[in-house]
Design a protein around this ligand. Structure first.
Ligand SMILES: Nc1ncnc2c1ncn2[C@@H]1O[C@H](COP(=O)(O)OP(=O)(O)O)[C@@H](O)[C@H]1O
Ligand SMILES: [Mg+2]
Length: 371
């Protein structure tokens, strides 16, 4: 665990970058440091690995005061990834990734194995990339090498300063997804600086919002979206913070609406019997409970099988997705409900009212979850 206690950084000339900052970063958590340019994010990060020394206050790593740790030893425990990575241009990708293991005096074979594992972990085929030089890679690939190098000797802590900032949107989204996958595997204590609130919401277990060297709010993305503490946080989240909340709200299978269901081989009379004042449509399932269509009251008139009359059901969403994706399905298909699938099985529907209800439910749950 990393803890800052009333840390202040005053630069020569009097500029105060960080003011009496007290904050804890939990082990194995991905914490995002976010805030406007110049608010002190980079300075905070660099004080943690002693690239910058605090003017006042103390910083602890696992209860050890970092000023009592040799900076070289400290930095071996803390991988560091920055924008444009700063790979050594005259060294191959393999040698770049091997930097820290070589410093630690590992034998050649162990280093080679580690480099291969790391390149594979970050999605670069060692056969293709190990012997290339940094200028022979795209910006996104170089950034992956930067992450691999930072993980070199398996440090418990990873400090990242806008690592994906200089990369185009599509490559950045791919890197973010890859990074989440890697983090699920390696479970490092990550402190990740960004000025991009969407990146913070997407990646963070927790978000620390900074402003003018101070902590403005520190909580989970869902809690910050549900209850922004100050006007600055509201500004930072933007006018679409309602939609952003949907993006951090999982689909709750217990809160789905359950319209009447029929099977394709049932009769239209069966379907008619299920309609009432609340439901004027039914969902049609196949033999394996996979939804294949829907049928409104008019279509149930007369004799025949349900399967011959059903309209295809287009608005579908997997139960492992968020309300944001579900809402988008509704808009894309101009549907008035979205069927939720667990694997292939129908579990219920989300209606416009379900989205409103879900958003209203969140704060109560958050209150309960807080320390
Ligand atoms: N070496 C330095 N000397 C003087 N002022 C600095 C130095 N480094 C940063 N600052 C100032 O400290 C403040 C915080 O900078 P920084 O931590 O880089 O912000 P952020 O990373 O949030 O954009 C800024 O006002 C910046 O100009
Ligand atoms: Mg910065």
């Amino acid at each position: 665990m990393i803890r800052l206690e009333r840390v202040t950084k005053r630069f020569p000339g009097g500029q105060v970058a960080v003011r009496e900052l007290t904050i804890e970063f939990d082990t194995g958590q991905l914490t995002m440091l976010v805030g406007p340019s110049g608010c002190g994010k980079t300075t905070t990060l660099k004080m943690i690995n002693r690239l910058i020394e605090p003017s006042e206050g103390r910083i602890f790593h696992d209860e050890q005061d970092v000023t009592h740790i040799d900076p070289v030893v400290l930095r071996l425990r803390m991988g560091y990834v920055i924008q444009n990575v700063g790979l050594f241009p005259h060294m191959s990708i393999a040698d770049n990734v091997a930097t820290v293991p070589r410093l630690l005096g590992w034998d050649k074979q162990r280093i080679r194995r580690r480099v291969n594992d790391l390149l594979e972990l970050v999605g670069l085929d060692p056969k293709q990339f190990a012997h290339r030089y940094p200028h022979q890679l795209s910006g996104g690939q170089r950034q992956r090498v930067g992450v691999a190098r930072a993980l070199g000797a398996d440090p418990p802590v990873l400090l990242m300063d806008e690592p994906f900032g200089a990369i185009d949107r599509i490559a950045r989204e791919r890197l973010q997804n890859e990074f989440l996958r890697i983090q699920r595997e390696v479970r490092k204590t990550v402190i990740f600086v960004t000025h991009d609130i969407d990146e913070a919401i997407k990646l963070g277990d927790r978000i620390a919002v900074m402003n003018a060297g101070r902590l403005e709010q520190y909580d989970t993305p869902a809690a910050i979206l549900a209850k922004p503490a100050t006007d600055l946080v509201i500004d930072l989240l933007g006018p679409d913070r309602g939609l952003k909340r949907l993006s951090v709200t999982p689909i709750d299978l217990n809160a789905l609406d359950r319209p009447p269901v029929v099977h394709a081989e049932d009769s239209l009379a069966d379907a008619r019997r299920l309609l009432d004042s609340r439901w004027d449509r039914v969902i049609v399932l196949d033999r394996n409970d996979k939804p294949v269509g829907e049928l409104d009251r008019d279509a149930t008139a007369g004799d025949g099988r349900v399967g011959d009359r059903a309209r295809p059901l287009e608005a579908l969403i997997g139960a492992d997705r968020t309300l944001y994706d579900a809402f988008s399905q509704m808009l894309i298909h101009q549907a008035s409900w979205v069927a939720v699938l667990d694997g292939d099985r129908f579990r219920g529907v989300l209606t416009p009212e379900s989205f409103v209800a879900a958003i209203q439910r969140v704060p109560a749950e958050l209150e309960g979850a807080r320390r």
